[in-house]
Write a protein that binds this ligand. Structure first.
Ligand code: SAH
Length: 465
C-alpha cells in the first residue's frame, strides 16, 4: 500500500523540511503489524514526491490470538485485503511517520507550517463501500480537493464480473501540509470502515484533534464521524455532540437512501417480530441466535421473561462489538447481563457451545455462506447442535424484480452468495428435515405479491415426530 505526496511548490524541496524526513535517506518505522518506509522517488526544486509505503505482515496480524484482519471467512485472517489497501493502518503510519508535521511544527523552517502548497496525492488502493465513488467525492470535495478516481476491475480475465470495491484515488489541492495529513488521517479509515484495533473512547479524542478546524463545518461530518468510529452509536453521538458544540445529540442517518432503508428496516423489523413469535410459541427457554449480527433479535429476546438463557454467535468480531455497544453492555444490570452470552464462531464448524439449546434463530444468514458450505452448516446445526426448534429466514430471490433500485441479476447485498426462489428454499428445507428427523413448515415474510411471493421466507423446523 503506497501513499505518494507530490508538490511543485517553489522550491519543492521544502516538502522534506516540512515532513521532517531527509530526502536522501531511506527511513523505516516499526508498526505493530509490520513496517512503514519513507522515501523520496523524486526530489528537486521543481518537483518533490514523498512516499509512504506500508509493509504489513499478515502473520503479525494474527499472532498472539489477535485477529486484526477484519471480517470474513475462516481463512480470512490470513487471506485478506489488509496488506494491500489503505486502511486504519495507514492512518497509524501517517501519524507515526509524520507526527511533527501533523502537529504543525517545523523547527528549521517554522514559517513553512502555514504555507499553502499545491499538493497531489495518490493513494494506490483505497477500499470503499458500495457507492464508493460518490462517498469519496462527498468526503473530499467540500474541503476543496479535486478528486480523480480510477476503479479497478475484479479480474481482467473476467471483465463481466465488473468493478471491485477498490479505487486508485488522486487528490489535488492547495493546502497546508498539516491540513492535508489531518484530512487523510480521518478520511482513510472512515472510508475503509474496518478498524484493526479496539475502538475506544480514546478514538474520539483523536478524531476531534485531527478534525480540528474543518470537521465541524463539513457537510458530511455525521457520516465521517460515524464511519470513523466504526458505527458505534454511543461513541459517534458523543463525538458529534462535541463537534456540534454541545448543541444536543442528533439522530443521524444517511440522507440519500433513507426511503429504501426505511422500507428495508420495516421488513426486517417485521421479520424479527415473526421470528420472535415462533420462538415464544415453541416454549423455548434457552435460545441461540446464530449469526446474530448487531443483536437486534437479542434485544427483543431480552425483553421476554420466557427466555432465561440467550446466546448470540457471529463470525464477525466487529458485529459482536456493535452488538455489545447497542446492548449498552457495560451499563447493563448484572441480572440481565447474566442471561446473555455472546461469542465468536463460524456456523460451518462443529461447536460444542451450540449444544443444549431449546431453539435457534438463524435470521438472514445462510445466504452469506458459500453454497458448497451448506452441507457443513447442516451438520453443525441439525446433526450436532440439534436444538428442538430452528427458525430460519432467507430472502426470496423471486421478489427482487420488484425492487426498483436493483439491477437485473444482482443481489440485495454484496456479500450474498445466493438468493433462492421459494421452490429452491423449500426443496433444501425439506431435505434437511428428512435427513435429520425434523418436521418443517414454510411461511412468507412481508407483503405477498401474486406472482413472486413475499420479499422474505421462513422455515420452522421441529425436532422429532
Ligand atoms: N441475524 C442478524 C444479522 C444478519 S446479517 C439480523 O437479522 O439482524 C448476517 C450475519 O451473519 C452477519 O452478522 C455475519 O457476520 C454473519 N455470518 C456470516 N457468515 C457466518 C458464519 N459462517 N458463521 C456465523 N455467522 C456468520
Amino acid at each position: 500500500m503506497l501513499l505518494n505526496i507530490t508538490t511543485e511548490h517553489k522550491p519543492a524541496t521544502d516538502l522534506g523540511f516540512l515532513l521532517h524526513k531527509h530526502p536522501d535517506k531511506f527511513q523505516s518505522i516499526d508498526l505493530s503489524i509490520g513496517k512503514a518506509h519513507i522515501f523520496y522517488p523524486e526530489n528537486s526544486e521543481e518537483r518533490t514526491t514523498a512516499s509512504l509505503l506500508l509493509d504489513i505482515d499478515p502473520i503479525d496480524m494474527v499472532k498472539g490470538g489477535r485477529n486484526l484482519s477484519g471480517k470474513g471467512f475462516s481463512l480470512g485472517q490470513y487471506v485478506n485485503d489488509r496488506p494491500y489497501v489503505a486502511s486504519s493502518f495507514m492512518s497509524v503510519a501517517i501519524a507515526k511517520a509524520f507526527s511533527t508535521a501533523m502537529n504543525g511544527k517545523c523547527s528549521n523552517r517554522p514559517e513553512l507550517v502555514n504555507v499553502k502548497m499545491p499538493f497531489q496525492v495518490t493513494i494506490s488502493v483505497l477500499p470503499a463501500p458500495r457507492g464508493g465513488e460518490t462517498l469519496i467525492r462527498k468526503m473530499f470535495e467540500p474541503l476543496g480537493y479535486k478528486v480523480e478516481l480510477e476503479p479497478h476491475v475484479l479480474d481482467e480475465e473476467f471483465m463481466h464480473w465488473g468493478d471491485s470495491k477498490y479505487f486508485t484515488l488522486k487528490l489535488s489541492h492547495t493546502v497546508t501540509l498539516q491540513s492535508l495529513l489531518s484530512h487523510l488521517y480521518v478520511m482513510i479509515p472512515a472510508l475503509d470502515n474496518d478498524k484493526h484495533y479496539y475502538v475506544s473512547q480514546n478514538e474520539i479524542e483523536k478524531l476531534l484533534e485531527k478534525g480540528k478546524g474543518w470537521l465541524s463545518n463539513h457537510p458530511e461530518k455525521e457520516q465521517i464521524t460515524r464511519r470513523y468510529l466504526f458505527n458505534l452509536n454511543s461513541l459517534s453521538r458523543q463525538a458529534l455532540d462535541r463537534l456540534n458544540d454541545h448543541e444536543g445529540s442528533k439522530e443521524f442517518m444517511d440522507n440519500a437512501n433513507t426511503k429504501e432503508l426505511e422500507k428495508k428496516e420495516t421488513l426486517h423489523q417485521q421479520r424479527l417480530s415473526i421470528v420472535l413469535g415462533k420462538l415464544k410459541e415453541s416454549g423455548a427457554k434457552k435460545v441461540l441466535d446464530l449469526g446474530c449480527g448487531e443483536g437486534k433479535l437479542i434485544r427483543m429476546l431480552l425483553k421476554e421473561k420466557q427466555f432465561s438463557e440467550i446466546s448470540g454467535m457471529d463470525v464477525s468480531y466487529q458485529a459482536l462489538m456493535r452488538c455489545k455497544d447497542r446492548l449498552h453492555w457495560d451499563d447493563m444490570a448484572p441480572r440481565q447481563r447474566e442471561r446473555i452470552n455472546l461469542f465468536q464462531g463460524a456456523l460451518t464448524y462443529k461447536d460444542r457451545r451450540l449444544e443444549g439449546f431449546d431453539a435457534a434463530a438463524i435470521v438472514e444468514v445462510i445466504e452469506h455462506l458459500d453454497e458448497n458450505r451448506l452441507k457443513s452448516f447442516e451438520r453443525v446445526v441439525f446433526e450436532s447442535a440439534k436444538p428442538k426448534t430452528v427458525v430460519l429466514t432467507t430472502p426470496n430471490g423471486e421478489y427482487n424484480v420488484l425492487f426498483e433500485s436493483m439491477e437485473a441479476g444482482t443481489m440485495r447485498h454484496t456479500d450474498h452468495r445466493f438468493e433462492w426462489s421459494r421452490t429452491e428454499f423449500e426443496t433444501w428445507g425439506k431435505r434437511i428435515a428428512k435427513n435429520n428427523n425434523y418436521k418443517v413448515q414454510f411461511f412468507p415474510i412481508g407483503e405477498e405479491d401474486d406472482k413472486v411471493g413475499a420479499p422474505s421466507q421462513m422455515a420452522v423446523f421441529e425436532y422429532g415426530n
